[in-house]
Design a protein around this ligand. Structure first.
Ligand SMILES: Nc1ncnc2c1ncn2[C@@H]1O[C@H](COP(=O)(O)OP(=O)(O)OP(=O)(O)O)[C@@H](O)[C@H]1O
Ligand SMILES: [Mg+2]
Length: 531
């Protein structure tokens, strides 16, 4: 399968210089980089040199006996000093172009898949001495290093795209992707419903957000767009869109740059209609605003749980497989004469236990993903954390992290929303795991501890042994859309902070000793007792 990966234009330019230099230094009419695109082989880059019969983007079919085709097939270098005197080569198609000698090396992607070849051709006999061969080989290695960085970048982009895709498809909040001029390239149903346009209208390429922005909101929108261009993201701001029917919809928007060259923007849009209506009803507004934040928080839970899906599925397999084995055992005990009912009873008991275990995990996932109004419960913080530790167990193991918990006993019950607090812990644990993936295995330690905070509150700490915080990122950690991860959205910590503050507590980050970061938060037993 050919890869859908594009070689960026800066690299193409550099490669052009390479082949130009090669042709000049080696005194040959033609130096080429060929790329395989089954069923064809393409002249990807051709030297700008005198007498070069090949043009960039020229295509030939495979299986016609070209020199390069052989190099790709055998993955071996090929030297043909004089094709006219070589039985094997004397009727190959390149001779028609006058190219009777050839030296070429295969170029591969980092995973070994073939990219193409780098080669030089001459219109006269040429032995290509030792030094020339070395030179070509060196340049081949340079190209392969470039391919490695392209592939890595591509992998990171794909991961980020998958995350954004989950958010778009979940249709929890409006999401639109636009180009630099503001033309909307893609939008999800949630956004289309808000503004009253259809998917076909997006596809026709006629929708653009500047046109949907009323005059008095142009300045704010342009400021945000400029911020996205220079810093990669903008602060969340309020504005209005003009609907298709001419009416207005008030929204809360956050945006970030995406795409290979950061030439596209993704915007997250929350409908504030409800909230605005409430605002006119005076003090209702605070509650509505919370609701808008809850929507964002829900979106963050769904994407985070999506990331965990693979390792949780793996966890679930265990009890299910055990139940299956026990069912088979029970059948065997039943089929012997006389049946051993005591063994059957025990096997059934184990099945019930395993199924309960699996059911519990599923129940916790469902709780976290479903959208429920915030609740005020009396919570045991240790229990609340324990559930999350179970859910992230697979991810911890997969990443070679050794995790420990240190729960203080006799803590007071706190008042709050179980799911929201679990979301905070979930985000902190995932962040810690992600941070530690940048340090060597064997030194990845995660500690989750609880304790008392003052007279009547609890303190939770998540400590990791990752690279820790830099003064630069410490300042921005909790801002929306601040992220240093290629696949991050930067929503996690800002949502955590708003959840904790809504509970009357505090969330902050400090350095861990000897290294890593500590994220701590407090929750008072009764929010109103917080200062
Ligand atoms: N434990 C940690 N150690 C070091 N840096 C951290 C840690 N946790 C967070 N950070 C830094 O803070 C940034 C913001 O974290 P946040 O959770 O808000 O977003 P994110 O993890 O990048 O993306 P996502 O929206 O997927 O959570 C991270 O990109 C990272 O640079
Ligand atoms: Mg995060």
């Amino acid at each position: 399968m050919p890869r859908p990966i594009q070689v960026p234009s800066e690299i193409i330019q550099k490669w052009q210089e390479i082949v130009d230099l090669l042709a000049e230094v080696m005194h040959v009419p033609s130096a080429l980089i060929m790329k395989v695109e089954p069923p064809n082989i393409k002249v990807f880059i051709s030297s700008e040199s005198e007498g070069n019969p090949y043009e960039s983007d020229e295509v030939a079919s495979l299986n016609t006996g070209l020199y390069c085709e052989t190099v790709m097939k055998t993955r071996q270098p090929l030297l043909v000093p004089d094709a006219l005197r070589d039985e094997e080569w004397k009727s190959n198609p390149d001779i028609k172009l006058g190219m009777i000698s050839y030296l070429g090396f295969p170029i591969s992607w980092p995973d070994g898949e073939i990219f193409g070849t780098i080669c030089v051709l001459d219109n006269k006999r040429n032995e290509y001495g030792e030094l020339y061969r070395k030179l070509l080989l060196q340049w081949r290695d340079v190209l392969q290093t470039d391919l490695r960085s392209i592939a890595t970048l591509q992998g990171e982009l794909e991961e980020r795209e998958a995350k954004i895709r989950r958010l778009v498809d979940a249709n929890i909040i409006g999401v639109l992707i636009s180009d630099l001029e503001g033309q909307i390239i893609e939008a999800n149903d949630a956004f289309l419903n808000m503004v009253g346009y259809t998917r076909d209208e997006v596809a026709s390429g006629r929708l653009s957000w500047p046109e949907m922005t009323p005059a008095e909101w142009q300045a704010a929108s342009e400021r945000a767009a400029a911020q996205v261009k220079t810093t990669g993201a903008c602060e969340v701001f309020e504005k209005e869109y003009v609907r298709k029917d001419g009416s207005r919809v008030p929204v809360l928007v956050g945006a970030a740059a995406v795409g290979r060259t950061q030439s596209e923007g993704i915007a997250f849009v929350l409908d504030l209609t409800e909230r605005k209506r409430a605002e006119t009803e005076a003090r209702e507004s605070e509650r509505r605003y919370r609701e808008a934040q809850m929507e964002l928080a829900h979106a963050n839970r769904v994407t985070t749980m999506g990331e965990l899906a693979a390792s949780i599925a793996h966890e679930l397999n265990q009890p299910i497989a055990a139940a299956f084995t026990n069912a088979q055992a029970a059948l065997r005990w039943l089929s012997i004469q006389p049946p051993d009912l005591e063994e059957v009873r025990q096997a059934l008991g184990r099945i019930a236990k395993d199924t309960n275990r699996a059911g519990d995990v599923i129940g916790r996932i469902r709780d976290l993903v479903k959208k429920a109004p915030p609740r005020e419960d009396r919570l045991d913080i240790n229990d609340t954390i324990r559930d999350v530790v179970v859910l992230t167990g697979g991810e911890v193991v997969k990443n070679g992290v050794s995790a420990q918990t240190q729960f203080a006993e006799g803590l007071p019950l706190i008042q709050g929303d179980r799911i929201q607090l679990q979301q905070v812990i979930l985000n902190l644990i995932i962040n810690a795991i992600e941070a530690m993936s940048r340090v060597g295995e064997g030194s990845r330690r995660l500690l989750i501890s609880t304790g008392k905070d003052g007279q009547d509150g609890v303190l939770v700490a998540v400590q990791d042994s990752g690279p820790g915080l830099t003064p630069a990122n410490q300042e921005h950690l909790f801002e929306a859309f601040y992220t240093t991860k290629p696949s991050g959205l930067g929503m996690g910590l800002s949502i955590c902070r708003s959840i904790i503050e809504a509970h009357g507590g505090r969330l902050w980050a400090t350095a861990n000793v000897p290294r890593g970061a500590v994220f701590q938060f407090t929750v008072p037993t009764r929010p109103e007792s917080a200062s």
